[in-house]
Design a protein around this ligand. Structure first.
Ligand code: ZN
Length: 149
């Protein structure tokens, strides 16, 4: 159990494109565990590796409905519909803004055992997939949000 430091907007690490994970080794598994702990401690529903200063394509998400989801090298393979909701980010503390996101998103990734998984999410989960995967390409929701408060 370890809590990692969450990088805040202005930190250049948040603007870098992350590299895929080649080998799921002990370091990757420890990072997944630490990211989960850090996300829970911060009361967030998602965290991407660059938010803790690691430029690898790794994401954790946890909503009440979905439970804990760990994604390695995730890709969005399908999107449908639209939702307009208020969004925030652990790296942009104290702010929120309105974003347009797809209502349904399907993600393909590897799990911690190296198995290919496909998960379909709607509503909040779809939004979390888009938000967290954007982090892996150096994008923040404030780039696309309207009405940031
Ligand atoms: Zn974020």
């Amino acid at each position: 159990m370890a809590k990692l430091q969450i990088r805040k907007v202005g930190d250049p690490v948040l603007r870098k494109v992350c590299r895929p994970v080649d080998v799921i080794n002990e370091r990757v598994l420890t990072l997944l565990d630490d990211m989960k702990d850090t996300m829970r401690e911060a009361d967030g529903c998602g965290l991407a590796a660059p938010q803790v200063g690691i430029l690898r394509r790794i994401v954790v998400i946890e909503t009440e409905e979905s439970g804990l989801i760990e994604l390695i090298n995730p890709k969005i393979v399908a999107r449908a519909g639209e939702q307009v909701e208020v969004e925030g980010c652990l790296s942009v503390p104290g702010k929120s803004g309105v974003t347009h996101r797809p209502m349904h998103v399907t993600v393909r990734a590897l799990n911690r055992n190296g198995e290919e998984i496909e998960i379909r999410g709607s509503g909040l989960l779809a939004r979390a997939f888009c938000h967290e995967l954007d982090h892996l390409d150096g994008k923040l929701y404030i780039d696309i949000a309207e009405d940031i408060q």
